[in-house]
Design a protein around this ligand. Structure first.
Ligand code: FAD
Length: 476
């Protein structure tokens, strides 16, 4: 079995150096599920992630719209695995995989050998060949993305408050969300809440209730993976909140001052992107077939056909269900494929045959604003207030082990009642970059570069402690 000097230097893990070395790249749902599944296995696990924290992505939109704080939905990965003696967590960016030599390469040149590899590096947003839009229309995948969105959202109101020009004010009070999937719907539904309630009393020169929110979807309906009746219900609920839902026309241009839908140019200073995904580039380093989005077509046991000791799981993989359809790119698929890969490793070690992955679909849920949701559980289709409570319950269940359920419930309840102020802090450069001074909408190129704020860094110190009581302080 491989010896891995960079890992064995760390005396934290309790397994013998002669036990097989399982390297997991990515501490999202899939990577963490795999690591947890191996907790009793006679292996050494090394989990590598470029970020020190695991993020509960389904609630990112709440951070982006100033409803929850980043620490409410994230935990340091090493804290999550603190009791797992056979697991070592390393903060590291993986830049290469050589499946023939059985090594992964880090950005500083370090090579880590493995006996088994699980690649779980997920996906990022894609702009359908218009990468130049990324500067004006950020997507939502990480805590950094969410705090960037929150910053843009709050700054738009600050600019609107400062200007005397009605056109500039209106552009700043217009928010466009591109993509009518669950993320777009949840983002669009959350903005009216903050504008009509939380911000209303805080501004003197603008009426935040005048805010315009557009949800733009090129297809014929929002929530296209849900049954049609639920799409219609969700659209009605959004429109009830004041959101303009634009269907059937694609976005053709985005810049610092506007979004263009078909031929119609709409002045806006804030566009959010929730429309497309591209898989992590590591998937293309594995001698495997990939689909157009770069997702790896894995064998039925989630391994790479040319390299049976390499598994690809979660959003980076495309794995078929029994009905011949690919499993959806959602958290349950990530959890289940991660667990399956881990079980297949144990089976191989014990000389047992591998079994095909079987996907269990748990249903689809999406919220609309603070009080409504839609849900599809097989033939059971639900919408309205009750469904929102169901959504709350399901998400709290999934936060188990993440944080204390009761504490989260209390904190959320308090945040909902009080519109917690702390999450509406603007913490980065405002006046020179994102603030419009005077009455103009600003130079496009100059403010464009300023608008792409550097992600808030996770300092090295932030990964050094395991003390549970301090874990929230170590997040942004
Ligand atoms: C905004 C949003 C809302 C969602 N809502 C829902 C929902 O309501 N319900 C649902 O079921 N699903 C939802 N999903 C989908 C779900 O979150 C994903 O399917 C799931 O997170 C995929 O897990 P993963 O482990 O494959 O990837 P991720 O969770 O994305 O984790 C990938 C990890 O790999 C790390 N990484 C990437 N590249 C490297 C590298 N080169 N080196 C080191 N580390 C690297 C990243 O830092 C990250 O920690 C949502 C997703 C988003 C973005």
């Amino acid at each position: 079995m491989t010896n891995s000097p960079s890992v064995s230097r760390n005396g934290a893990h309790g397994a013998s150096q002669h036990e097989p070395h399982v390297v997991i790249i990515g501490g999202g749902f899939a990577g963490l599920a795999a690591a947890r599944e191996l907790r009793k296995a006679a292996v050494r696990v090394t989990l590598l992630d470029r970020s020190n924290h695991h993020t509960f992505q389904p609630l990112l939109y709440q951070v982006a719209t100033a409803g929850l704080a980043p620490s409410d939905i994230s935990v340091p990965i090493r804290w999550r695995l603190r009791h797992q003696a056979n697991a070592t967590v390393l903060l590291a960016e993986v830049v290469g995989i050589d499946a023939t030599r059985q090594i992964v390469r880090l950005d500083d040149g370090t090579e880590i050998p493995y006996d088994f590899l699980i690649v779980a590096t997920g996906a990022r947003h894609a702009y359908f060949g218009h990468d130049e839009w990324s500067a004006f229309a950020p997507g939502l995948k990480s805590i950094e993305d969410a705090t960037d969105m929150r910053q843009r959202l709050l700054l738009a109101f600050e600019r609107a408050e400062r200007t005397d020009d009605p056109a500039v004010r209106d552009a700043n009070l217009t928010f466009a969300i591109v993509g009518g999937g669950p993320t777009g719907v949840e983002l669009a539904g959350s903005i009216p809440d903050i504008t009509k309630r939380a911000l209303r009393q805080e501004f003197r020169r603008i009426d935040t209730r005048q805010t315009r929110v557009l949800l733009i979807e090129a297809g014929p309906r929002i929530l296209s993976t849900f049954p049609e009746a639920l799409s219609r219900a969700a659209q009605q609920d959004l429109e009830g909140l004041g959101v303009e839902v634009r269907l059937g026309v694609p976005v053709t241009h985005i810049d610092n001052d506007s979004v263009t839908i078909g031929e119609e140019r709409i002045p806006t200073r804030t566009v959010f992107w929730a429309a497309g995904n591209v898989a992590s580039p590591l998937g293309r380093m594995l001698d495997a077939d990939t689909d157009r989005a770069g997702r790896v077509k894995v064998a039925t046991d989630c391994s790479v056909p040319a390299h049976p000791n390499v598994f690809v799981v979660g959003d980076l993989s495309i794995v078929m269900r029994e009905n011949g359809q690919p499993a959806p790119a959602v958290a349950p698929t990530a959890n289940q494929t991660g667990q399956h890969a881990a079980r297949m490793i144990v089976a191989s070690m014990n000389g047992r045959p591998r079994t095909p992955f079987q996907y269990w679909h748990k249903g689809d849920l999406a919220t609309i604003g603070r009080h409504k949701a839609v849900a599809a559980f097989g033939r059971l289709h639900l919408s309205g207030y009750f469904t929102w409570f169901l959504w709350l319950f399901v998400h709290l269940m999934y936060l188990v082990g993440f944080r204390n359920r009761a504490s989260v419930l209390l904190q959320w309840g308090w945040a909902y009642v009080t519109w917690q102020r702390g999450v509406r802090l603007i913490t980065r450069n405002t006046v020179s970059g994102n603030m419009v001074t005077g009455n103009s909408t600003g130079s496009r190129s100059a403010s464009a570069s300023a608008q792409v704020a550097a992600p808030e860094a996770v300092s090295p110190a932030a990964v050094s402690s395991n003390a549970p009581a301090e874990r929230d302080l170590r997040l942004v």
